[in-house]
Ligand binder design. Structure first.
Ligand code: BG6
Length: 487
């Protein structure tokens, strides 16, 4: 097959502020919802909900710094002080784009100040200048799994409609400041996460709520509104901005060809695309009504909300893709697997990662084709990668052939999807430099092309080392995706 990637294809990598920056209380930054999340030791990871939930008491103790403990997202990998070294390494790989997020509490420490924190704004000025020095385009997520903690304690996060105005002020501030420095923006990372993980996705505590789903969907509606109004504002400030939504693309297969299984998988795939249906098509899809009614959820909308959603749709759809699962109507099939914020049945045709995530490159092609058919707007794979426990060999090298294998097969399937007619803007693999895990706050689970010397407790020199995959990805980018071989 001739090379499929267009000349201007955006190759790069992705991170999030709370997983890399550290410096959690430097230069005026406020405490974020990620800073109060503790490391979860392996034996305690009973279910994802457990690892990603937060109680009022935990939050209060952590926010007052009264609780002894290991809070890895406070230290990240010290990108705040080492961004020049890290960006130089990205440039060496030939990155065309680097996806990062802005930490909202670095700009508005409590979330509701009149004036932004100048030192926080200056930090991102410096990061963008460094990227531009190497011709790397920033792709900026406005909200990637964090917000000022104060907004949780005062408003219960996105449950409150007041968050919309506060978010718009933050978005406005960074749009105006960086209007000539950043072209590509995303509003909320994996916006659909708020449904199952309201604290992670929307800063919402559901403790004591009679119907947590009601709270979560209402919070999500407020995020939809904030996102649409942000799109509107972005276009006013700079019509050249490209602004996208961001979805955790769960792909669900029928376990068998039994029509009941096929129907169940169809319903779950619809739900998995509920948020992009709203943000790309501009309205709540008809199928969601029944789902909400069955969960006794009724979303409160203000007059004008529907028009705002309709008039301010995104320019492109970005998404994360790591794995697929399966569903069945046969209750005797019970073997389950957990993955990127989702769980489902084990698929006997797939291998899994060290963390049990089912590896399915063909699924990426299926997802790309489905979304292209459904939306007919450009797509962008802004997260994909393999979390693995890398080993540093006696000679100091890291031979991560398993990662090269994972990435090569997924990139190969992207090429096939492009040949199938999908319009794809770019690819930013997740955690291009090792970082703190979003779900468990581990360091041991590594995604990077660049190894960072730090363990789960925060011990280590933080020294950066190029892995074998570093040289491989450099070659992939240099060949514009034509050479995927692991030499
Ligand atoms: C996505 C998130 O869900 O998956 C990232 O957007 C996250 O922030 C990534 O790090 C991988 O998940 P984890 O839990 O392995 O870090």
């Amino acid at each position: 097959m001739p090379n499929q990637f267009p000349d201007n294809f955006l190759w790069g990598g992705a991170v999030a502020a709370n997983q890399v920056e550290g410096a959690y209380c430097e230069d005026g930054k406020g405490l974020s919802t990620a800073d109060v999340v503790k490391y979860v030791p392996p034996g305690q990871r009973i279910a994802l909900e457990h690892a990603l939930s937060m109680s009022r008491a935990e939050l209060a103790a952590a926010a007052l710094d009264e609780q002894e403990g290991n809070y890895p997202k406070r230290r990240g990998i010290d990108f705040y002080h080492r961004y020049k070294e890290d960006i130089a390494l990205f440039a060496e790989m030939g990155f065309k784009v680097f996806r990062l997020s802005i930490s909202w509490p670095r700009i508005f420490p409590r979330g509701d100040e009149q004036e932004p924190n100048e030192a926080g704004l200056r930090f991102y000025d410096n990061v963008f200048a460094e990227l531009h020095k190497y011709g790397i385009e920033p792709l900026v997520t406005l909200s990637h799994y964090e917000m000022p903690v104060e907004l949780v304690t005062r408003y219960n996060g996105w449950e409150s409609r007041e968050l919309i105005e506060l978010f718009l002020k933050y978005a406005d501030t960074v749009f105006l400041r960086y209007k000539d420095k950043v072209k590509y923006w995303l509003t909320f990372n994996e916006i659909n996460a708020a449904i199952r993980f309201p604290y992670l996705g929307a800063g919402v505590l559901t403790e004591g709520k009679e119907n947590p789903k009601q709270t979560a969907y209402q919070a999500l509606h407020h995020q939809f509104m904030a996102s649409a109004l942000t799109v509107k504002r972005a276009r006013e400030i700079n019509p050249g901005f490209q602004i996208g939504c961001m979805l955790a693309r769960k792909l669900i297969y029928p376990y068998s060809c039994h029509p009941g299984d096929v129907l169940k998988a169809q319903a779950e795939n619809q739900l998995a695309q509920f948020c992009s249906d709203v943000q790309v098509r501009g309205y709540y899809p008809s199928y969601i009504k029944r789902h909400l009614a069955e969960h006794e959820v009724s979303i409160k909308m203000e007059p004008g909300d529907e028009a705002i959603l309709k008039e301010n749709r995104v320019d492109f759809l970005s998404f994360s893709y790591y794995m697929s699962t399966a569903v069945s109507t046969d209750e005797s099939i019970t073997e389950r697997t957990e993955g990127n914020l989702s769980s489902g049945l084990v698929n006997p045709f797939l291998r899994t990662s060290d963390w049990g995530w089912q590896i399915d490159p063909t699924g990426l092609r299926i997802a790309l084709k489905e979304m292209h058919d459904r939306y007919q707007i450009p797509l962008f794979v802004v997260e994909n990668g393999l979390g693995a426990a890398d080993v540093v060999e006696a000679d100091g090298t890291i031979q991560d052939d398993y990662r090269i294998d994972y990435l090569a097969h997924h990139i190969g399937q992207m090429a096939e999807a492009i040949a199938d007619g999908v319009e794809l803007l770019g690819y930013t693999s997740w955690g291009c430099i090792d970082l703190i895990s979003a779900s468990t706050s581990e360091m041991r689970k590594r995604y990077g092309y660049i190894y960072v010397d730090q363990d789960d407790e925060g011990n280590g020199s933080l020294e950066r080392t190029r892995k074998k995959s570093f040289y491989w990805y450099k070659k992939v980018i240099a060949s514009n995706g034509a050479d995927l071989a692991n030499d």
